[in-house]
Design a protein around this ligand. Sequence first.
Ligand code: LLP
Length: 415
Amino acid sequence: MSVFTYRDGTLHAEHLDLSQAAEQFGTPLYVYSRKALEQHFLQYQQALGDCPGMICYAVKANSNLAVLNVLARQGAGFDIVSQGELERVIAAGGDPQRIVFSGVGKQAAEMRRALELGVHCFNVESEAELERLSQVATEMDCSAPVSLRINPDVDAQTHPYISTGLKDNKFGIAIDDAVRIYQKAAALPGLTIKGVDCHIGSQLTDIAPFLDALDRLLLLIDELSAQGITIEHLDIGGGLGVTYQDEQPTSIGDFVSAVKQRLAGRSLALMFEPGRSISANAGVFLTRVEYLKLNQHKNFAIIDGAMNDLIRPSLYSAWQDIKPVAEHSDAPARCYDVVGPVCETGDFLGKDRTLAIADGDLLAVMSAGAYGFVMASNYNTRGRPAEVMVDGDQAHLVRQREGIVEQFANEQQLP
Ligand code: LLP
């Protein structure tokens, strides 16, 4: 059940009235629930049960230090794609040995830092990267644990921008080249083969594409074994979808169980890299209505949040629910486009929403805990929003609102 519910006429996060959070911290504001983060992580953890493996939260979905720390305290592993994310996990108390390092463009310095800290595995995405990693590890006189990210060429049936497992995508190593490149990895110095990895896309609501990919990877693992290459773990990536509107994604428990079942009888550890399914529905984006603009053909609710704060609707035409924080209102219900102050027609958070609202009302954009703040920018010289984590009836400021001084800090004028 959602931790965001109406009580006594206002929307709450756990036991905290969201209008109180808006008063205290201002808007626009991201609000996360500790309980929801923990619950979603626990669902993965419990479904994995005593099967060896790890749940590595995909840091890119929401990398606030407090979010990472809450998950680290639960024993989470982490999936990272940059040195920045690596340093975040360490700063938040994460265990380097529970980190997998993904990403198509790892730089030598990033590899060095990850080797220094002793990450669990590098998910290598190309032959050239494999060669570079071998060189870096050899120079450091150590051995890098590697998985090859295999592109299994399955259609994840999701938005083309977030579909990653087709041959046309830039990600991973084509499955047809996999055996040859594993042989190369086995022959190169400074590498220890650990696993096979894939990630086929994001916001997948059906598990069929996952199971397709899995079957292809299991065939590959058998072939590698016949060639004397032993695989210790299989990393199925992230990608499980969530409900934004009326999607009915497979539950976390059923997803993990189905994957586990396919692996029965094999001595393979199992890794997952979930992002969205842990943090999306653990957060909302709070914004205040500045003006109502009632035109002859269209009504606009102009809010203080914008595409620079939450870009998913503009970028992917993503639909996220928009709820008034006050459950009841005397204002007339009208159909609105909910738009921000940024100078772009594409600056909207929702279109054609029926809302009973007045100037000054608070709105909550739901399911905003993943790919929300992390994709925020300073477009139009707007400071990025503050972030708050609710724990029971307490609200903790976990990132200050970005001010003008911070925005100018790294800039200089000519002498
Ligand atoms: N592992 C890898 C290698 C990934 O590339 C991703 C996401 C994940 C795990 C986590 O996937 P998730 O469980 O969150 O679906 N900005 C887009 C989503 C981009 C996803 C990129 N990769 C959005 O807002 O919908």
